[in-house]
Design a protein around this ligand. Sequence first.
Ligand SMILES: Nc1ncnc2c1ncn2[C@@H]1O[C@H](COP(=O)(O)OP(=O)(O)O)[C@@H](O)[C@H]1O
Ligand SMILES: O=C(COP(=O)(O)O)[C@H](O)[C@H](O)COP(=O)(O)O
Length: 318
Amino acid sequence: MLKEKLIKSGKVFIIGIAGDSGSGKTTFANGIKRMFGDDIVSHITLDDYHVYDREMRERLGITPLHPSANNLKLVETHLYLLKKGEKIKKPTYNHKTGTFGEWEDFESTPIVIVEGLHTLYDGIRDYIDFKIFVDPARYIKRLWKIKRDVEERGYDRDKVIREIIRREPDYKRYIDFQKIYADVVIKILPSSIQSTERIKYLVDSREEVYKVRLILKKTDIPLESVSLNIDISDLVKASERDFSIGFFSDYYYAEKASFIDIDGFLNVDIFKSLFDSLRKEIGDGEIKVESEYVNAIEFSKLLVCWKLVEVLKHSLRL
Ligand SMILES: Nc1ncnc2c1ncn2[C@@H]1O[C@H](COP(=O)(O)OP(=O)(O)O)[C@@H](O)[C@H]1O
Ligand SMILES: O=C(COP(=O)(O)O)[C@H](O)[C@H](O)COP(=O)(O)O
């Protein structure tokens, strides 16, 4: 099984997740971690490599998105060492206080997830074996950031809104272009489903309904070595709630890619049976599903892990 073989190989496989602040990088990283098991996956955030603390950034009028506000050379050195299986001592940044903490020891595990604003930036991306870019629609990511920064990081709401606007030019200049280099781009959009059912739950429960467009770069790796079969008749029988899935091929920044559009909610039994086929390949993993349905984002995580398993198998020559 993949997990065992990965441990035996002694290799370190680095997964990179890039994207804007509040775009769901950490949440996505935690999902991948659960699917592969905590014991072989560790997680680094590049926020720890900021050069200036919150007060200093404000004084200098610089945003954390500017490459010079981050010690990207140290990130490169650390990824080089981690890839060789060596221990590192790394800085830490505390979002609650906006200041730096003590440096900490960090040890390589067979899978290391690196997540941050500059994960696929020039120089750094050379160390990343599987590159992900999360790309929610502007208004979704703004809502997520405002909620998180106010509730978890203690910011004033109006200040977060001002900061989001102030950062826009730097996002375009230094972050957005990184998606060109991603193996997988996860676009999160408002749902396109216009059924009465959707109107009902928007009015009754105000539950957000998302659509995900997964863009998977075509590689030389022979795919389909891991089967993930979706039975259309099961899908139709189980679709008491709105769900749609579509596929097409196109170019993405001049490279061939497969596009998968997922919208609405998928029945949890179908989701679990798909996850079971992945779990058999991996040899471990769990998913946390509390309701009868999973949304398009959860389903897209499963599809990303499926691609990841294929890439891992290829890198281990399985
Ligand atoms: N899949 C999701 N569904 C609903 N809300 C989400 C999802 N992913 C992230 N969020 C919201 O967005 C906030 C920011 O997500 P986070 O993963 O911390 O982003 P990042 O690491 O990119 O800054 C979270 O606190 C959560 O409220
Ligand atoms: O842009 C980000 C990235 O973090 P994330 O991707 O986790 O949102 C944060 O604003 C900085 O790290 C500074 O942190 P703070 O604003 O707390 O000083």
